[in-house]
Design a protein around this ligand. Structure first.
Ligand SMILES: N[C@@H](CCC(=O)N[C@@H](CS)C(=O)NCC(=O)O)C(=O)O
Length: 207
């Protein structure tokens, strides 16, 4: 059972499950706008966030990056992560954690700047500073990766899914392409991936 929402981090998990041909039940709810959605997930995740994945045995997984890593590593034949020992593993882990901690975490401030103690009147300045920092982080990643067909080489990994989704958090996609021109062709390739096109259209309607 996956607690998720359109235009949220859960779509990266949905993409991984799609590539793995693993059917799942989805409990839909925009946790950042709806108390009802927050309450639905609260029993499994005290932070009341999506994605929250409840495995068939009842184990709960949260944190998009951790869920993606877990799914990829648990299904090595799908080759969605460089295996431990693979030369690309270090950079894979580095950028998975970077997206999670340096970029995704900043989006938490967007719905309510009061979350970091800022007065409502400071909203525009705070949001502007947050987006400047996110831009710097995407530029940093763009300068240090050497993408080929995909971000880490010629095979699609869950890092590609993660970046394809977090870079779509509104209002980011157009700016992402401007800030990260070297990553853009790989991410466009993820957008065009035939097995995922229907998912992107359904879960990020309007782009
Ligand atoms: N650290 C979590 C963050 C998850 C997160 O921020 N989810 C957002 C949707 S993209 C959410 O549920 N926000 C509602 C809230 O924080 O109140 C992760 O990496 O998955």
């Amino acid at each position: 059972m996956l607690y998720g929402a359109a235009a949220s981090g859960s779509v990266a998990v949905e993409a991984a499950l799609t590539l793995l041909n693993m059917p799942f039940d989805l409990v839909e709810g925009q946790t950042w706008t709806s108390d009802a959605a927050r309450e639905r997930v609260a029993g499994h995740n005290a932070l009341r966030q999506v994605p929250t994945l409840v495995l068939p045995g009842g184990e709960v997984l949260t944190e998009t990056g951790a869920i993606l890593l877990h799914l990829a590593d648990a299904h090595p034949r799908a080759r969605l992560s460089p295996a431990p020992g693979d030369a690309a593993r270090g950079q894979f882990l580095r950028w998975m954690f970077f997206v999670s901690s340096a970029i995704y975490a900043l989006h938490w401030i967007g719905p309510d700047v009061g979350r970091i103690g800022a007065p409502a009147g400071a909203r525009d300045a705070v949001i502007d500073a947050v987006h400047k920092r996110i831009a710097f982080c995407w530029r940093t990643m763009d300068a240090q990766l050497n993408p080929r067909r995909f971000l880490l080489g010629d095979e699609l990994t869950v890092l590609d899914l993660y970046v394809a989704v977090v870079s779509r958090f509104r209002p980011w996609r157009a700016r992402f392409h401007a800030e990260a021109p070297r990553m853009t062709p790989a991410i466009r390739r993820v957008d065009e991936e035939p097995r995922l096109r229907a998912l992107w259209e359904r879960r990020f309607p309007g782009g």
